[in-house]
Design a protein around this ligand. Structure first.
Ligand code: GDP
Length: 298
């Protein structure tokens, strides 16, 4: 199993009670609640979630003297409560192959995540096949081949500009014939023409269902956590384009204000299967709500 994520970010509460010593206490009043709301919104938690979390923290504490530590602990507990139901690894099914469709905008980390996942599955003793379904971006196909080689997993490709659905069908046929455990299908991430992308994704789904009516078993949406509130828009968009079953949040190793994960969990409740914590093949970790909350709160 991969190592737990490093505490990825500086905490968000640093400036709430300023430079006062941890033990100092302040009355929890409207001004402090407003400050807390601002900090949470500034950390990309979204207005609705920030207001609800703040209200929950105020409950039973309003008008009392509180310490920074008490607020931090309460906030971490609130965040953990919201995140715990979505912290679920990608479910595995007995289907051969289990088909994992991977969607997301270009640059979100799809290719990297496919490579990391393939490597993890392989290490767990599974046979994996990757289909380079973004046939319009030669660079994406090359990059996926590099990751496939790193993971020791075959990558099926098609000529540039050819129909991704044909490749998906061919990959499905080969994966079935070889008895592979998993088939991961990369897809295009051009949002410029959503109607095209929707047609492309639904055609892939249509053809693989000819081979297995339950496929795809998972549709993973890869989101770049550093895009903040944009990640929320991307979920809205991709849920219209495909039947998204789970999320992978990438780039949580940087200075990302991971607060958007709380907003995502609160708003959509989609499982977060894993988090990207770096650019190397082992930099994919299970999502741990308590570690996350502690790191976010600081
Ligand atoms: P794609 O266009 O969606 O396939 O995105 P890529 O997989 O090519 O990733 C885009 C960039 O993000 C690359 O430079 C990756 O190295 C980087 N990247 C992906 N995941 C992570 C991560 O978890 N942490 C960091 N720091 N960088 C990442």
């Amino acid at each position: 199993a991969p190592a737990a994520a490093e505490p990825p970010r500086p905490g968000i509460l640093g400036r709430l009670i300023g430079a006062e010593p941890e033990a100092s206490r302040r009355v929890l009043d409207d001004a402090m609640l407003e400050q807390l709301e601002e900090v949470l919104i500034g950390a990309d938690m979204g207005v609705d979630t920030a207001l609800r979390v703040t209200a929950n923290i105020a409950e039973g504490r309003f008008g009392r003297r509180v310490s920074t530590d008490e607020i931090k602990t309460a906030l971490a507990a609130e965040i953990t409560r919201i995140m715990t139901p979505v912290a679920r690894p990608m479910p595995l099914y007995p289907s051969r192959p289990q088909v994992v469709l991977v969607v997301g905008v270009n640059g979100s980390g799809k290719t990297t995540t496919i490579g990391k996942l393939a490597s993890q599955f392989k290490a767990a003793g599974k046979t994996v096949v990757i289909a380079a379904g973004d046939t319009f971006r030669a660079a994406a196909v090359e990059q996926l081949q590099v990751w496939g080689a790193r993971a020791g997993v075959p990558v099926l490709t098609a000529p540039e500009g050819s129909d991704p659905a044909s490749l998906a069908f061919e990959a499905m046929t080969k994966a079935q014939e070889s008895g592979a455990d998993l088939l991961m299908i990369d897809t295009a991430g051009r949002l410029q023409n959503r109607a095209d992308l929707m047609e492309e994704l639904s055609k892939i789904v249509r053809v693989i269902r000819k081979k297995d009516p339950d496929a795809p078993h998972n549709t993973l949406l890869v989101l770049d956590a550093t895009t903040g509130q944009n990640a929320l828009n991307q979920v809205e968009i991709f849920r219209k384009l495909a039947d998204v079953t789970g999320l992978v949040m990438t780039k949580l190793d940087g200075t990302a204000k991971g607060g958007v994960l709380v907003a995502l969990a609160d708003k959509f409740g989609l499982p977060i299967h894993a988090i990207g914590v770096g650019e190397q093949i082992d930099d994919l970790a299970p999502f741990d709500p308590e570690d996350f909350a502690r790191a976010l709160v600081g």
